[in-house]
Design a protein around this ligand. Structure first.
Ligand SMILES: Nc1ncnc2c1ncn2[C@@H]1O[C@H](COP(=O)(O)OP(=O)(O)OP(=O)(O)O)[C@@H](O)[C@H]1O
Ligand SMILES: [Mg+2]
Length: 945
């Protein structure tokens, strides 16, 4: 614990010592002139003491008294029986994930949340997920026991993890007895800080904006310090502190130091009208007045991390810690340094800042650089010194480059954007002629892409390419193109250019060959580019490079799958994703897991696909990898639509950006097809119009897959506007719905093709639809989903009621309810045509109900019209499902919530409902969001209420 163990040290520091829960001490000098602020604080503390939570932001300029208000709040909370948890952000720890949040929770006594399990989860699970959900749980249960005030000081220096978590954790949900309190310096900090504060403001946090103190309050403050009446001579000097209490106390300290305050007959008079040197001349002179060794200690201290050990200080000065005792004691006596538990820190951050600025920049940098080296030797991790190094190193500094680069890699697993910044800094330090230069550019480009900072990535790559060696160029061209941003032609072009280089090594060549094959797979009709993948696979095996092997193999799998060999493809994908798990193959691993999830959904294994997606999304979130997040989100959208979760599909698709200005990518196109499907199912004409316009544009310029998906979207739109001519036009030409890369919605395309062919009587379309059906039944033993679709297609083409009924029956037990509804609808129509009215009504009724169950109201309405012609009246009574509240929960979510409310753990729920743990967590998460709560402990009151 901190200085609470040692009462003797307590007076030295007005600060609260280390993290966790603390019993703050009242300061000797009373707080002055903050009546309004204290009233707000008082009512929030009283509320939380009675079980009503809230969020308070104390914001204001440097030295204005935020910390003072915060200590007041903590003292008050303690008096009211509210337990306070305290965490603080430090300038130097900005790269350490969850630094201040964990300081407040895990370092509390007893800790809130299980530190060990959080740490163990480490790289394998998503810390943000855990922080937000499990920490929310832990905080919830701690608060159910004793009301909490969770105080995070100086969040303008907080790491991104803490900021992100804070946005979801700190809610104004009044039913939880947690008061979140953060302090922040106005305008300071990175964009993430501003976003966080904006989010808190939007969600109704209380803001206390601390301003200048009134002259009267300043006078009171002065009186407290001099313990006497204050003479006008002294007051007229304090005006120059502009109502900033830090400056007031500095001013008084300076005057005292210079012997310029005289107390006569209970009246404090100032001698002279000049500002004390401390304020006028700055830190430089102030230090000059101290003994040399004391000044040296203070100067050196200012380049160390915010809290530092005496050992580090001694190492910097090349002295033994004991020999520093008297100098440190003197620095403490004059108020520059204070003891903070086992460590030292500056009495006020502004003093540290002033000390740093009092030194010539070159010296400061050199000292900061040295301190980083010493810390590394004392065993600090690269992330702990990265901020110092990034700031202090000179170009060519190998140790710094290595450490900054390592830090970038290690935080890339939690914050891609911050990692990209560090990597850029390492690059600034590395001479352009260095053999490692190209590789480091490639690393940086990769991180920038993962943070979806595509423009910066492109700019950096383009600038570096002109100067890079062939090896460097090949590396850069390997990492630059991203399938979430660059279109297929561009990606192909990058590999082509790299492969034209004469002197690149075999591994780089094999990787480019594999990537080229992968990208050409999207521009393929009927397997004409398969040979490129075969050649790439051979090259990859020859150099025995895992990344090249995995990508080449993945490409071949995509060809196999489009040929109908889905069972075999699934097995290979499972094997490949196993390989990627054990190796550090970020790029390849994302592709493989994407396609695995995709293939699982293709055969109707929706739950398994969901599980992959949840894990992928969790990982992407954890890593701040917004690129991977986009890739997963589009798969989520497609799988949602396939599973008949129409509104989720819409939400996922709409969360993605619109098509790229540089030309639509495959991702843009899948989003488009999903949204067309959603628009038609829900009769949203505006959405449909937008998507049709986008699809028309994409059709003109895209590669084969882009054009195919555009054609799918446009055929679909034409079909439902009953423009058969247009539908045939879009399905005409060379469109083969089962070309690479196929996905769950490719089966919709096949079915649509059959409907168009059958309705239009177009022989070409008919042949192509039939060929697709053949492909679906090519593999032996046949996959049940493929078989059902093939039977359905033949039923449509041959107007065969029997086949359509058989297809409907096969789909009835599948995870593709909208296929079931469609087949039942077609069977019903066919049965009606041949006069089997009773059977027709039965099938149409099933179709009607199923559409309605899955929010496909427009489809239900159409079937309703068919039923009416058969004399059966069905109305669409159900309102569209609410987006929030109990009515918005799906059946699965309701089941999960009910079990949780009865005290079941996620694992219990998974077992009793035969779901995966991931799926349970997803359901619980979605349900909690809809119910507007963020922990299971909030569920109890909600269910009772
Ligand atoms: N209302 C007040 N009455 C008396 N003293 C005050 C008051 N507000 C602040 N002080 C004193 O002024 C000094 C600066 O205040 P404080 O450290 O709270 O500022 P801050 O806003 O937290 O600054 P920073 O932005 O550097 O964190 C402290 O010594 C504090 O005790
Ligand atoms: Mg402060």
């Amino acid at each position: 614990m901190g200085s609470a163990d040692n009462p003797a040290k307590m007076n030295l520091s007005s600060r609260v010592p280390s993290g966790g829960n603390v019993v703050p001490q009242r300061l000797t000098a009373p707080i002055r002139g903050r009546a309004a602020e204290l009233q707000v604080i008082g009512s929030l503390v009283a509320a939380v003491a009675e079980g009503r939570g809230g969020v308070l932001v104390i914001e204001g300029p440097a030295g204005i008294g935020k910390t003072r208000l915060r200590t007041e709040l903590m003292a008050l909370a303690t008096e009211c029986g509210v337990r306070t948890l305290f965490g603080e952000a430090f300038e130097y720890q900005r790269t350490v994930p969850f630094f201040s949040l964990f300081m407040a929770t895990l370092q509390a006594d007893p800790p809130v949340a299980d530190a060990e399990s959080l740490r163990r989860l480490g790289a394998s699970t998503d810390p943000t997920y855990w922080v937000v959900h499990d920490l929310a749980d832990a905080i919830g249960s701690a608060a159910a026991h004793t009301p909490l005030a969770i105080v995070l000081e100086d969040i303008h220096w907080a790491d991104n993890g803490t900021l992100l978590a804070l946005r979801s954790l700190a809610t104004t949900a009044p039913e939880v007895a947690v008061l979140w309190v953060v302090t922040a310096r106005t305008g300071a900090g990175a964009p993430a800080v501003h976003e966080t504060l904006a989010t808190l403001e939007r969600t109704n946090a209380t803001f206390v904006r601390v301003g200048a103190m009134t002259p009267d309050s300043v006078a009171e403050m002065v009186a407290d310090a001099v313990r006497a009446h204050v003479d006008e001579s002294l007051l007229s000097l304090t005006v120059k502190a502009h109502g900033n209490p830090f400056l007031v106390s500095e001013l008084l300290g300076g005057l005292t130091e210079e012997g310029r305050i005289e107390v006569n007959a209970g009246r404090a008079v100032a001698i002279g009208t000049d500002l004390p040197r401390r304020l006028s001349a700055g830190m430089q002179q102030r230090l000059d007045l101290l003994a040399e060794d004391v000044a040296e200690v203070v100067r050196v201290a200012s380049v160390l991390p915010d809290r530092f050990s005496a050992a580090l200080l001694a190492a910097m000065l090349e002295r033994s810690p004991t020999s520093l005792l008297s100098a440190v004691a003197e620095a403490v006596r004059v108020g520059l340094l204070v003891e903070d538990g086992a460590k030292l820190r500056f009495g006020h951050d502004l003093l540290r800042e002033a000390t740093r600025l009092s030194m010539p920049q070159s010296l400061r940098r050199a000292m900061e650089r040295q301190s980083a080296s010493i810390m590394l030797h004392l065993g600090a991790a690269p992330v702990e010194v990265a901020t110092q190094l990034a700031r202090s190193a000179e170009p060519g500094d190998r140790e710094a480059i290595r450490a900054v680069r390592q830090a970038a890699q290690s935080i890339s697993r939690s914050d891609a954007s911050a990692a990209a910044d560090l990597s850029k800094r390492a690059l600034d330090l590395l001479p352009a002629h260095d053999p490692e230069y190209g590789r480091l550019v490639a690393e940086t480009v990769d991180l920038l892409n993962r943070a979806t900072r595509y423009a910066e990535s492109e700019e950096l790559a383009v600038a570096a390419l002109s100067a890079a060696s062939s090896e460097g160029e090949a590396e850069i061209r390997l990492r630059l193109p991203s399938f979430t941003w660059h279109n297929t032609q561009r990606r192909i072009e990058e590999s082509r250019q790299a492969l034209e280089l004469t002197d690149i090594n075999d591994v780089a060549r094999a990787r480019h060959l594999a990537l080229l094959a992968f990208n050409m797979m999207f521009d393929d009709n009927d397997g004409q580019n398969r040979h490129v993948a075969e050649k790439a696979a051979v090259a990859a095996v020859a150099v025995d490079d895992l990344e090249a092997k995995v990508i080449a193999k993945l490409t071949l799998v995509c060809f196999d799958c489009a040929d109908g060999y889905v069972t075999r493809s699934l097995a290979t994908l499972e094997e490949l994703s196993g390989l990627c798990r054990t190796d550090d193959l970020a790029a390849a691993s994302l592709l493989v897991t994407n396609y695995y999830a995709n293939a699982l959904a293709l055969v109707g294994r929706i739950e398994d696909a969901d599980e992959q997606i949840t894990a992928g999304v969790a990982r992407a979130r954890r890593e701040g990898d917004t690129m991977a997040l986009d890739a997963w989100t589009v798969i989520q959208a497609a799988v949602d639509l396939a599973a008949g979760r129409v509104s989720s599909a819409r939400a996922a698709a709409e969360s993605l950006p619109p098509p790229k200005p540089t030309g639509a990518t495959e991702i843009d196109m899948v989003r488009m097809v999903v949204l067309v499907g959603v628009a038609i199912a829900t009769d949203d004409r505006t959405l449909l119009q937008h998507m049709v316009a986008d699809a028309n544009t994409a059709y003109l310029s895209g590669t084969a897959m882009v054009r195919r998906l555009a054609a799918h979207a446009l055929t679909l739109a034409a079909w439902y506007r009953e423009d058969l001519h247009d539908a045939v036009r879009w399905f005409g030409g060379d469109i083969d719905p089962l070309s690479t890369a196929i996905m769950p919605l490719s089966l919709n395309h096949v079915i649509l093709a059959a409907r168009v062919a059958s309705a239009a009587g177009d022989a070409g379309c008919h042949a192509r639809a039939l060929r697709a059906a053949e492909k679906l039944q090519r593999e032996q033993p046949a996959n049940p989903m493929f078989t059902a679709v093939a039977i359905y297609v033949r039923g449509i083409l041959e107007h065969d009621a029997q086949a359509l009924m058989a297809a409907a029956d096969l789909f009835a037990s599948s995870a593709r309810p909208l296929f079931y509804a469609a087949a039942a609808e077609d069977a019903g129509a066919e049965l009606a045509r041949i006069g089997r009215t009773e059977d027709a009504v039965a099938y149409l009724t099933e179709a009607f109900d199923t559409y309605l169950d899955h929010e496909a109201t427009a489809h239900a309405r159409r079937v309703g019209r068919e039923l009416r012609q058969l004399g059966v009246e069905r109305r669409i009574v159900s309102q569209p499902r609410a987006k929030t509240g109990w009515d918005s929960l799906t059946v699965a979510e309701l089941k999960v919530v009910n079990l949780i409310a009865r005290g079941a753990t996620n694992r219990d729920v998974a077992e009793s409902l035969h779901l995966s743990l991931h799926t349970v967590k997803t359901h619980a998460h979605n349900a909690f969001t809809k119910l507007g709560i963020n922990s299971r402990t909030q569920l109890g009151p909600l269910m009772r209420g």
